[in-house]
Every structure is written in structure tokens, then in C-alpha cells.
Design a protein around this ligand. Sequence first.
Ligand code: C2E
Ligand code: MG
Ligand code: MG
Ligand code: MG
Length: 280
Amino acid sequence: QAKLGGRNCYQLFDTSREKALQVFQRQLAAIKQAMERDEFCLYYQPKVDMQSDRVFGMEALIRWNHPTNGMLSPAAFLHQLAGTELELALDTWVIGHALQQLELWNEAGLKLQVGVNISPKHIKSAGFFADLSDALRRYDRVDPRQFQIEVLESGVLDDLATVSQVIQNCRDKLGISIALDDFGTGYSSLSHLRHLPIQTIKIDQSFVRDMIEDPSDHAIVEGVISLARAFKLEVIAEGVETERHKQALLELGCAKAQGYGIARPMPADKVHGWIRNYQR
Ligand code: C2E
Ligand code: MG
Ligand code: MG
Ligand code: MG
């Protein structure tokens, strides 16, 4: 009797796992189809200098313009791609489209830096450097110094040697720059940071959001800013939502920022008008 119950349980578990797998495969197929049908697009969020009110760059953020569910954020679909080939395909799509957009802005006389988010797995993969240099060759009206790769701090820690080498190559051979994204959430030690040839660190939005109310978050933000200064790195605060955030960051000597308090991510065709208005 007990044995039978156990077996039934096992079968139940087995079919639900099979179901989950089927759902997952259906979702992957849908994403693949969406790529073929060109349903993905990039939104751009401004990076500004709060001291001078200058707009110096844009971060490309992917959206899925879903035929029935509307405009989807990466949280709704990116995790499904993790570890699959499609993840790399999507990164490649993003790099190409961001470079194409940069060329258009260059032609229109708009000089910006554009950052794209690349999955840590892709950075560590063998073909990444070749993919990237191909793309930069294809869009050769872009100055590589205008192009930045953002990679999660938490995603590089398990293989620092490889990532370091890739970043060094991107810098020396391609002339692009690298930012560590969501800095402070990955627990990288100071010695790690010293060995990563990055140019920029982006303070994670969770610390910025709470820095007004929470003294420890304020201390973390302050610490990251002085760390950046000591290492001669550029520092950008993410998640700047209010006037008080802006004031607190400026007081700590961090003028570069991104956040809803400056602008939400927007379609590429809104960028020109937004900048004109902001810098007026
Ligand atoms: P991230 O690179 O750290 O990007 C910042 C995220 O915070 C964006 O969400 C942005 O819309 C949001 N954000 C900006 N300012 C504020 C603010 O003031 N308050 C709040 N609450 N949120 C703010 P989004 O676009 O949903 O992207 C989420 C994450 O998905 C990104 O985090 C990035 O890690 C990943 N991602 C986005 N686009 C791509 C992509 O093209 N490829 C890859 N591999 N990952 C991407
Ligand atoms: Mg980012
Ligand atoms: Mg971030
Ligand atoms: Mg993030």
C-alpha cells in the first residue's frame, strides 16, 4: 500500500515536471518567434550630469512589444533565456541595434555614449570578443569610445580571470568601455575591483532609493563613491527618483545619475526631443 502510494506520488511529480518543461519550451519558442517577427525593441534611459545638466549617454533597455500582452519588461522574459543559446542571440541583436541607433544619432549631430546590458555568461563565452568586433566593424561610423558594455557585478565574480581578460581586450583592442552594473549587490572585494580593468561603476538603485531614510544605505553610497574616486573610476548612481536623492548625491560628489526622477526609459524617437527640452 505504502509502496503504491509512493509510486503514485512519483508519477505525479514526474508529469508535473514534464508539464513545466513543456511550458518552458513553448515560451522559448515564442521568444524565438518574436525575434524573427522583430517584436523586440530598445528603450533608452538618459544618463545625465546633474551638475551641468548635460546629457552624456543613454542606456539601451530591451522591451518586448508583445502582440497581445503589450510592452513587456525584461523581468517578464529574460530569465527564461538564461543559459540558452537564445540569450546570446538576443545580446547580439541588442548590440547591433544599439550601434545602428548610435550611427543615426551621430548623423543627426547628437553625440552620445550608449550602454548595453550583456549577460555575464555571454561575456565569458568564447565567441563574445569576435561577435563584438564584427558588430563594431559593421557599424564603423560609431566611435568605439561611444560604446559601453554594462555587466552585472554579481555575474563576473565566479570567473574573474576570464572576465578580466575579456574586458582588457575590449578596452585595448576595440576601444570600448565597460561598466560594472548593480554595484554593491555582488560583494566583490576591493582587491577584485583592483584587478578588473573597468571604467565605470553603477551604484545599485536599492542603495540610492533608501539612502535618505537609511543611514547604512547612505554610508554604502558614500563608500562606493569614495572607492570610485580612489580607483579613478567613473561612478553613476542608478534609481535617482527624487529631488532629495539628487541633492544627497551631489553633496557626496556624485553628479552622474540615471533614474525616473530624471527620465524614464523611452523609445528612440523620443530621445532627441527629450534632450532638447532637458538642456534648454
Ligand atoms: P539595469 O541594467 O540595472 O537597468 C536599470 C533598470 O532599472 C531598468 O529596468 C530601468 O528601467 C529601471 N530604472 C531606472 N531608473 C529607475 C528608478 O528611478 N526607479 C526604479 N524603480 N527603477 C528604475 P528594466 O528596463 O526593466 O531592466 C531590468 C534589468 O534587465 C536591467 O537592469 C538589466 O539587468 C536587464 N536588461 C535590460 N535590458 C537588457 C538587455 O538588452 N540585455 C540583457 N542581457 N539584459 C537586459
Ligand atoms: Mg544596466
Ligand atoms: Mg543596474
Ligand atoms: Mg538591475
